[in-house]
Design a protein around this ligand. Structure first.
Ligand code: SF4
Length: 381
């Protein structure tokens, strides 16, 4: 079963760390929604009957800037052009300033089942540093408002902000748990190229925290949340039973997905060894213009060679802390015998306490989760 991702590229202002594609100048979203409906219809003709859709995810950008009737149009387009008989989860990313009771109830009535709430911090100085559009009071009120309408929701928090006291991070986790969040996504602050934050770092105005500080915060996070009944099911994701993100698990399990909207990506595997990846243009005006001319808004499209496909599978499935990387599946589906091909690297990682190898599966330890990408890089190529 497949996942569908709709990228809604509108924000009220630019957060300093963000490198997603978005615009802050759009007055009306209606032409964009019409373009996206056309894109959904076009892909529906090719993929609509190939696999039922299991999950739909509206991300961004800030999807919660869309009026309810436009969210309704997009969901209706998906239902019209794809097989949604098995649709199990519809997630919408929301920023705290949009979490009004009417809007939340409206989303629920439209069939949205899960919200992903971009809190990032409950502290005013953290929010000011990140240039978030909400304040600390709105952050807390939003979690309460969302929890009053939705059983299933996630709170995003960021750790490792320069000069953020350790107590702030503990208090952020504590507050999210106390407010009843059944799922948390915790991200370390990353300094991405071409962001305002990268510029500030280059100018010497901001000093990134050390790797050791990041490690301590992350180890604390794992300890804190698992002690409070959360399953650490993916490197950055913690869930109470029954609240895992189905959509994101689809990515990590290397399932097919289609992406709509400017800058969105898609991955589609047709047979064991034949898979394609493609991406859309990263420009709202061009995206809309191409669809108005009945053309797909494609930027790049590539066939993924079998060895690259196997590497991708290793990178993604290692992120699943409990499931780990299934070595038998890797052998059968991708033709890679890691025990033979990476015997020395696996032994090194195991000796270093970064992975365990049991039941024909490789799993990250907590120390391994801190450096998950570096661990995966030792096992690919
Ligand atoms: S609201 Fe989200 S997408 Fe928009 S700038 Fe901030 S982090 Fe980026």
């Amino acid at each position: 079963m497949a996942g569908l991702y709709l990228h809604i590229p509108f924000c009220t202002q630019r957060c300093v760390y963000c490198d997603f594609y978005f615009v802050t100048t759009q007055r009306t979203t209606a032409p964009f929604v019409r373009a996206m409906e056309a894109e959904i219809e076009a892909y529906g003709r090719e993929f609509g009957t190939q696999e039922p859709v299991e999950t739909l995810y509206l991300g961004g950008g800030t999807p919660s800037l869309l009026p309810l009737e436009e969210v309704a149009h997009l969901i209706a387009a998906v239902e019209q052009h794809f097989d949604t008989s098995a649709l199990a989860e519809v997630t919408l990313e929301m920023n705290p300033e949009n979490a009004t009771p009417d809007y939340l109830r409206g989303l629920k009535a439209l069939g949205v089942t899960r919200l992903s709430l971009g809190i990032q911090s409950f502290f005013a100085d953290d929010l000011a540093f990140m240039n978030r559009a909400h304040d600390a009071a709105q952050a807390e009120a939003a979690v309460e408002a969302v929890g009053a309408v939705f059983d299933d929701f996630s709170v995003d928090l960021i750790f490792g902000l320069p000069e953020q006291p350790f107590e702030y991070w503990g208090a952020n986790l504590e507050k999210a748990v106390r407010l009843g969040a059944p799922h948390l996504s915790t991200y370390s602050l990353t300094i991405e190229d071409r962001t305002p934050l990268a510029k500030q770092v280059a100018l010497g105005r901001v000093s990134p925290v050390t790797d050791e500080t990041m490690r301590e915060r992350f180890l604390f996070t794992m300890e804190f949340l698992t002690a409070r009944g959360f399953d650490h099911y993916e490197v950055c994701s913690f869930s109470k039973p029954g609240h895992r993100s189905r959509h994101n698990q689809g990515y990590w399990r290397h399932r097919n997905y289609l992406g709509f909207g400017p800058s969105a990506h898609a991955f589609w595997k047709t047979t064991r060894s034949l898979a394609h990846r493609w991406s859309n243009v990263r420009h709202l005006g061009r995206y809309q213009a191409l669809l108005e001319q009945h053309e797909l808004p494609l930027d790049e499209r590539e066939q993924i060679p079998p060895d690259a496909l196997a590497d991708e599978h290793i990178l993604l499935s290692l992120r699943l802390m409990e499931e780990g990387l299934d070595l038998a599946r890797l052998r059968d589906e991708y033709g890679v015998d890691l025990r033979l091909e990476k015997r020395a690297a696996l032994a090194d990682l195991e000796r270093g306490g970064l992975v365990t190898v049991t039941d024909d599966r490789v799993r990250l330890t907590r120390e391994g989760a801190v450096v998950a990408d570096a661990v995966a890089l030792k096992l690919i190529g």
